[in-house]
Write a new protein. Sequence first.
Length: 174
Amino acid sequence: MYSTYLGATGEDLPGGLAVDGGGNAYFSGVTDSTDLPITPDAIQPTFAGGGDGTICFGLPCDAFLMKLSHDASSLLYSTYLGGSGDDWASGRLEVDGSGNVYVPGYTSSTDFPTTPRAFQTTLAGFVDAFITKIDLGNADVGQQVARHGPPTPERDRPWPAEPTPGWPARPRTP
């Protein structure tokens, strides 16, 4: 049995959890903390959330991924994940037998990190879903993504004034 805090000085909320065959726990979520504990091999070592907080309860936010040792005594991997808008890792994490972690979520970032030849490299709406695969079995894990695609033009659709209780604000088509 173990229990531990995961976070820093801001708001740090859960999004997903997975456990690998060795008992290591993978945890994703959303944060507005600029001082999360980040490991040296992070894909994104610094907070980039500069959005208006539309999908994060009024606060700029980034997604994050952490990997804890089987007994929660060590932080094995930690990274921010996002662009200059708001990003939230939400949904079920998956870990395969090769050390790949699949992180789902949603973003309002026009510069969310994508890879060459990705299915979609630009934001198509106010908020789009994302899926990120991170190979934690790769010694050069920090070099796996790059930012691609031009900025998406401004949209004219209105955002709801108040989110549905218990849910972040989301775009609605008039």
